[in-house]
Design a protein around this ligand. Structure first.
Ligand SMILES: Cc1cc2nc3c(=O)[nH]c(=O)nc-3n(C[C@H](O)[C@H](O)[C@H](O)COP(=O)(O)OP(=O)(O)OC[C@H]3O[C@@H](n4cnc5c(N)ncnc54)[C@H](O)[C@@H]3O)c2cc1C
Length: 322
């Protein structure tokens, strides 16, 4: 069986930053287990091609405290940057390793992947983000329209369709503006105005609205969806009924509660309980990134990696540095 000083689950911004800080602190071996075949799956799968990646996101400005930071750049440059980081720091990333079980046993953890690989480690840092579990609307999605309802952008481009985007955050605004280049787009948001968009996105969505490429339906709430031939009928609470080819929900993500509670992590309300360095109620089990920060951003994920490693060094330095 493989042994490591630290196993990091998830090679997104938080997992990568944790690995970088750990290596720079002289901790080894550090193994990163990633369920997909590339780094940063949220960026690869959920960001549209050419998307601007902003360090100030959801109105959250975070000054870097660790080794990783970035300035506004495209999705593609950001992904190249992260690949470069993994190479420069010679990170031991194992791809296609979806962690299914983390079992605390005899002073160490057994971390087991779907393909049977098990790594024994003194310390485990879980950094799997929240986007594996998108927030769904409260009303049910009828089976007949499921193929027309999306929680991320589809892999194949969409053109000449009538689309509804639901949500009022940066992701909803970016999705609506992006889709509006080739489609007729409407955005429905529960509140009467946007209040948490960053300046760039506020500017872009207002521009699209003025040009008429995105129709804004502010202060609207959806009651239910119904099938309508090969389209979706959207019934709003104010009585309006509109028909679309597809609906995109951009409502954010949820922490993977079943996975974390399965390990024994305690929750406080909707969030896992951690202390100031990300350690859970299970000693030597840490959480980083979107799982623990109040408003998830890449910079906050980078910083949480640094905080976790500082905590590991302060509390368990003798275990991981030999
Ligand atoms: C559409 C969209 C646009 C955004 N734009 C911005 C932006 O411009 N600027 C910004 O700062 N933030 C942005 N964000 C938020 C940002 O992407 C997140 O805050 C950030 O990715 C969080 O990093 P993380 O490492 O915690 O999690 P993630 O980036 O979600 O990484 C988690 C990693 O863990 C892996 N994983 C999951 N489960 C397992 C498992 N069981 N075993 C092994 N690996 C696993 C995943 O494949 C993934 O690679 C955006 C988010 C979305 C959805």
């Amino acid at each position: 069986m493989e042994q490591a000083s630290i196993v990091i689950v998830g090679a997104g911004p938080a997992g990568i930053a944790t690995a970088v800080e750990a290596k720079e602190a002289g901790i080894g071996p550090v193994v990163l287990l990633e369920k997909k075949g590339h780094l940063c799956d949220t960026v690869v799968s959920l960001y549209h091609e050419g998307k601007r990646v902003d360090p100030v996101y959801r109105k959250v400005k975070v000054e870097p405290i660790g080794r990783l930071s970035f300035d506004t750049e495209t999705r593609e440059s950001f992904l190249d940057r992260m690949k470069g980081v993994a190479e420069r720091y010679a990170l031991d990333v194992r791809f296609w390793k979806e962690v299914q079980k983390v079992v605390p046993t005899n002073g160490a953890f057994m971390v087991t992947c779907g393909d049977g690989l098990t790594v024994r480690s003194q310390i485990v840092v879980v950094a799997i983000g929240i986007f594996g579990k998108p927030v769904k609307p409260r009303y049910p999605i009828p089976a007949e329209v499921k193929d027309k309802v999306h929680f991320s952008l589809p892999k194949t481009p969409i053109a000449k369709k009538r689309l509804l985007v639901v949500g009022g955050g940066d992701t909803a605004a970016e999705t609506a503006c992006f889709l509006s280049c080739e489609n007729d787009v409407t955005l429905s948001y529960r509140r009467p105005e946007f209040f948490r968009l960053n300046e760039m996105n506020l500017c872009s969505i207002n521009e699209c609205s003025c040009k008429g490429t995105v129709r804004l339906m502010m202060g609207t709430d959806i009651e239910r969806l119904e099938p309508s031939g090969d389209r979706v009928s959207v019934v709003f609470k104010d009585g309006q009924v509109l028909v679309f080819d597809a609906v995109f929900y951009c409502l954010g993500g949820m922490t993977p509660r079943v996975f974390l509670e399965g390990i024994g992590v305690e929750y406080e309300g909707e969030r896992p309980k951690v202390d100031e360095v990300g350690e859970t109620n299970i000693p030597r089990l840490f959480l980083a990134g979107d799982l623990v920060v109040e408003k998830g951003t890449i910079m906050a994920a980078f910083n949480s990696g640094k905080r976790v490693v500082d905590g590991i060094l302060a509390r368990y330095g003798s275990l991981v540095k030999g």
